[in-house]
Design a protein. Sequence first.
Length: 252
Amino acid sequence: MASARNQAGVASSREDDRAPVYYAIGDIHGRRDCLDALLARIVRHGARADERDVRARVIVTLGDYVDRGPDSRGVIERLMRGVEGFSLVTLKGNHEAIFLTVLADPAPDLWAWWRRNGGHSTLSSYGRLPEGPPTRAWLEDHVPEAHRRWLEALPVVHAPDGLVFVHAGIRPGVPLDAQSEEDMLWIRQEFLDSRVDFGGRIVHGHTPNETPEILANRINLDTLAYASGILTCAVIDGTDPRGTPEILQTSL
């Protein structure tokens, strides 16, 4: 497998020109241990693929890398390294948006909002917290500039033919190119209750469920990893985006 692709994980001239195989990973929330275990499973899965099927393989992480779990910093650092033999698309989640908001303006009310959403565990992974809200100086000293730049560069949506990868979902009745970032990071019931065909099958996280939800118009992969230890990946054949995906999970 690795010999059929270049170091960036981009399909080489030897590879099949059919749509890639996608490995979509749900909300990680600071569980570096779960991420490491799941990536190892994905690499083994790719290595076992039929040698005649040398299509590109793309890992898409659906956002919410930080907060609640114990090692948000470690999750970011692991994703920044990439995965040999695979392309990697790292999408933005609402928790990354909150992190960026506080980095830009660590006002006490914003810190209180983030803390209610699990931000204390994120900053704890960067060092011993000061008494009270973190100051701008503390954040600049403890959160590496490379992490800030990586967070700022995260895309909100990835939409190859037949599929739409996004953190929370999309607003029904609104074209994809007119969707708001707020909806794509935060929407719930209007999207979850909809049974319309969105034009591409939506692959998302954001709304926790004990098991993956595999529906005709969407796939939900948030299995509450920070509390359950179950991090979920759907293996989706890009040539059959409406098919039933294979599910890979870790349980720690």
